[in-house]
Design a protein around this ligand. Structure first.
Ligand code: UT7
Length: 327
C-alpha cells in the first residue's frame, strides 16, 4: 500500500525584521520579558503591498524543485491558513493558478496552528486511499495583519511567513509512519478572532469599534493544555508505530513558546539538542512554523536520510496533533 513521504520543502519569509526593541516603542513591554517568557527575539513582518499567496508560491516552487516535480504533476494542493488573501475563494485556488498547477484540486483548511499537521494527516490518508499521488501541503500566514498592536499579551508573539512541503506516494519504509489529530471545540474561546465572520461581518460597525477583527488569546490557559495535549499525542503516535522517545532523532513542535517546547521535550524525555527550535527568529507564524523550520533544517543538512522526526502542534479550535515520519 502507498503512503506519503516528504520529497521536498521550501520557505519564504518577508525581509523586514520586527525586533523586540521596536515593539518596546509600540506597547508596554521589554525585550527581556519577551525573550524570557517566549524565547522570541524578532519576527518577520510583511510589507504594506505584500500578498501572502505570493510567498506561498515561492515556498512551493522551492519544494517542487527539491522534489523533482513541476506544478502540472500535482493532483492536490492543501493550504493551511487562518489569514488567506481573501475569504472567498480559498487561497489554495489562487496559488493553484499562480503556479499553473492545472491538474490539482486545491482547497484551504483552518485548523489554527495545527493546520500543517492536519494537512499531513489528510494528505497521507488521500495517498493511502489511492485518491492522490503528489500533494503540495502549504502552511502560510500573515499573522501580523491580525495582531492587535494595543494588546501586549498577543502582539509580541506573531510573525509572517510561508512554508511548503511536497508529499509523494511511496511504498518504501520512509515517509509518514503514523499521524493523529484531535479537536476540543469547548476551548474555542482560548484562541479566537470573533469578528470578520458571519456573526460579526467585516461591514458592521461593532466589528471595527470593538476590535473584533484581531486575534485574542487566553495565554496561560492555552499554555497548560498545549503542553499536556502535545505530549499525549506524541506518546500515542510513538506507541502506535512501535517506537520509543529515545528512537526520535528530532522533535519538531509548533513554535508558539520555547517554554512549551522545553516542557514537551522534558515530558517525553527528548533533550533540547534534539528539539528543533527557531522561534527566536520568526515568532509564532501559526500553520507555517513547522514547514519553515523543517525547510531550514533540511537545507542546512541537519536532517539526514533515515532520521525519525516527531512533529506535534497545538492551536486554535482547540486543535492538536502529532505525526511520526521516517526521513
Ligand atoms: O500558537 C497557538 C498556541 N498558543 C500557545 O500555545 C501560547 C501559549 N501561551 C503562552 O505562550 C504564554 O501564556 C504567553 C507568552 C502568551 C504569556 O506568558 P505568561 O507567562 O503566561 O504570562 P501571563 O499572561 O501570565 O502574564 C504574566 C504577566 C502579567 O502581569 P501581572 O498580571 O502578573 O502583573 C501580564 O500583564 O506579564 C504581563 N505581560 C507582559 N509584560 C510585559 C503580558 N504580556 C506582556 C508583555 N510584556 N508583552
Amino acid at each position: 500500500m502507498y503512503h506519503a513521504a516528504i520529497a521536498g520543502t521550501g520557505r519564504a519569509v518577508p525581509p523586514t525584521i520586527l525586533t523586540n526593541a521596536e515593539l518596546e516603542k509600540i506597547v508596554d513591554t521589554s525585550d527581556e520579558w519577551i525573550r524570557t517568557r517566549t524565547g522570541i527575539r524578532e519576527r518577520r513582518k510583511a510589507g504594506e503591498g505584500d500578498v501572502l499567496s505570493d510567498y506561498a508560491v515561492e515556498a512551493s516552487r522551492q519544494a517542487l524543485e527539491a522534489g523533482g516535480l513541476v506544478p502540472k504533476d500535482l493532483d492536490t494542493i492543501l493550504v493551511a491558513t487562518v489569514t488567506p488573501d481573501q475569504p472567498i475563494p480559498a487561497m489554495a485556488c489562487l496559488i493553484q493558478n499562480k503556479l499553473g498547477a492545472k491538474k490539482a484540486a486545491a482547497w484551504d483548511h483552518n485548523a489554527g496552528c495545527s493546520g500543517w499537521l492536519y494537512g499531513l494527516h489528510v494528505a497521507d490518508a488521500l495517498i493511502q486511499a489511492g485518491k492522490a499521488h503528489n500533494v503540495l501541503l502549504i502552511g502560510a500566514e500573515f499573522l501580523t495583519r491580525l495582531a492587535d498592536y494595543t494588546d501586549r499579551a498577543t502582539c509580541i508573539l506573531f510573525g509572517d511567513g510561508a512554508g511548503a512541503t511536497l508529499l509523494k506516494a511511496t511504498r518504501s519504509d520512509h515517509g509518514v509512519l503514523a499521524t493523529t489529530i484531535r479537536t476540543d471545540g469547548a476551548g474555542a474561546s482560548f484562541i479566537c478572532m470573533p469578528g470578520a465572520g458571519s456573526v460579526y461581518p467585516p461591514n458592521r460597525p461593532e466589528t471595527y469599534e470593538q476590535r473584533l477583527g484581531f486575534i485574542k488569546m487566553m495565554g496561560g490557559e492555552t499554555f497548560k493544555v498545549a503542553v499536556r495535549s502535545m505530549t499525549d499525542v506524541c506518546k500515542q503516535v510513538l506507541d502506535e508505530s512501535g517506537f520509543a522517545a529515545s528512537d526520535v532523532t528530532w522533535l519538531l513542535p509548533h513554535q508558539a513558546n520555547d517554554r512549551i517546547i522545553t516542557a514537551v521535550g522534558d515530558r517525553l524525555g527528548i533533550p533540547s539538542e534534539r528539539c528543533i527550535v527557531n522561534i527566536e527568529r520568526y515568532g509564532n507564524t501559526s500553520s507555517a512554523t513547522i514547514p519553515i523550520a523543517l525547510d531550514e533544517y533540511v537545507r542546512e543538512g541537519k536532517i539526514k536520510k533515515g532520521d525519525l522526526i516527531l512533529f506535534t502542534a497545538f492551536g486554535a479550535g482547540l486543535t492538536w496533533g502529532a505525526g511520526l515520519v521516517r526521513w
